[in-house]
Each structure stands twice: as structure tokens, then as C-alpha cells.
Design a protein around this ligand. Sequence first.
Ligand SMILES: C[S@@+](CC[C@H](N)C(=O)[O-])C[C@H]1O[C@@H](n2cnc3c(N)ncnc32)[C@H](O)[C@@H]1O
Length: 278
Amino acid sequence: VAGVGELLREAAARLPGAEARAEAEILLAHALGVSRSWLYAHDRDRLDQTQVVRFREFLRRREIGEPVAYLTGRRGFRSIELAVDSSTLIPRAETELLVELALQRLPDGRPARVLDLGTGSGAIALALAGERSESEVTAVDASAAALAVAARNAARLGLARVRLLRSDWYSAVADERFDLILSNPPYLAEDDPHLRQGDLRFEPSLALASGRDGLDAIRRIVASAPAHLNAGGGLLVEHGFEQGAAVRELFASAGFSQVETARDLEQRERVTCGELPA
Ligand SMILES: C[S@@+](CC[C@H](N)C(=O)[O-])C[C@H]1O[C@@H](n2cnc3c(N)ncnc32)[C@H](O)[C@@H]1O
């Protein structure tokens, strides 16, 4: 029967990619129900057969491409941990930039009404609600299964005050206005080859693809935003790094001012922001 250190070395050698060792540790920790730091302190411990079998099953699924976050059912996002499953996008580090920009627009202590369009696991809405307790956050999604995951996350994080609605973009909030609208919508072109690679193969296409040029959802979100914003309100939309110019144009045609695109850590255009003139 194998020891912890030996199993990890064997798994890291089998898994592809630069993250192989980290992934092996995450999966072994999950299989054993321990933390990653426990593994470092128990390098020489021997595992029983059931534990080894459980770990090898996770490894096998990872080897055929299943995302680590779907295997463990969890993903860290800013300071919170979210449950995820195959009905939700796996929250990405890029989206933390969108939350950062939203926080800058929500001064501490001043209540604001915030709308998160396409909330998935609830990542954006719950991170914001956790950091701005005075804000009133509504999150919508077209997927009932994703909303169920978001509701579980909200309850576990003590954020049940976040309102979750099933909605085709603005349909369930037709008569409402907000101070800030946020979205990380699907933005890949339907025929984008990335959809057939890596983690994306396992994620819901409703969360990833949007029309021939990938901009269908963003077009709808931006065009209807002015009707759902208070004067002076803001809109923040995440998009693909080659879509910045097109998205700024959509913002401008919808009447937004101060339209700017923020870049991610790799200096790629990622989140476009605009303000509705007062
Ligand atoms: C890229 S995912 C983002 C999920 C989450 N906000 C995040 O950043 O991890 C896009 C989300 O939009 C939702 N969606 C797609 N079409 C929609 C529509 N017509 N109305 C509302 N939500 C929609 C998908 O179900 C998915 O959860």
C-alpha cells in the first residue's frame, strides 16, 4: 500500500500540464478529506486501500480532462469558497477584476442596488454582498440548476439576503432600476475552437458561447442597461480580450459616458465600464 509522498509523485508525473503537482495535492487532499498542508506533514503515512482507490478514480477522471473544481465541487473566489457543479461556470481569476472595479464604485457605508446578470455559482454577487453588507444585491440566471447552486452558496456564506431570480437577462426585473449592473456573460463565438479544449468541454455551453461573434449576450445586456439604471449608475461587463473595441462601441451607442476598459494581469482588455449620464 502506497504512502502519501509516493502517491503524489506518481500522480504528478501522470497528470499533464504545469499544475500537475498542485492538482495531485488538491485531489489527494479531497479524497482523504484533509487539507493540503496535512499532506506535507504526513509525507510518509501509508494509506488504506479504499483511500487509494478513491484517489485513483479522481486521477482517472482528471486525466480525461474533467476540471479539478468539478471533481472537488469547490472553487475559491476572492475571499470566499463556492460550491460548483457541471451546471455552473467555474469562476475565473479574471472575474475577480470585475469585482474589484465594482467595489471601487460602491463606497463603503452607502447603500446601493446592484444587479448581477448571469450569476452562475453566485461568484460576483456573493463576493460583493460579503464585502458591502449595506448593498442590496439581486442576481439572475437563466439556468435553474445554476441558481440552485448559487442559493446553496448564499446560505452557506450567510448571505441569504441576496435575491436570486430565474430570468432571461432583465425579464424578471423589468420594472426595476439599479445603481450598478455587473455581468460576466457568455462571450465566446459559437465556433470558437477553445470550446472543444480543456475545462471548457465540461462547462455548460449556456455559460460560454453567445452567437456567431460571441457578442449576442453583451449586445442585449448593454442595450437594455439604460432602462434599468438610475441616473449616474454604472455598467461593468467582462468580455474576451479581443472584444474591447466592439464592446466600447456598444456602450457608446447605448448612451454611456466615461467608457473605459480595464486590463487583467496579463495586460489584456477584460472589463469595460461606463456610466449613465445623470
Ligand atoms: C460566463 S458565466 C458567468 C457565471 C458567473 N457570473 C461567474 O462569473 O462565475 C455566464 C452565465 O450567464 C448565464 N446566462 C446565459 N444566458 C442567459 C440569459 N439569457 N439570461 C440570464 N442568464 C444567462 C449562464 O447560465 C451562466 O451562468
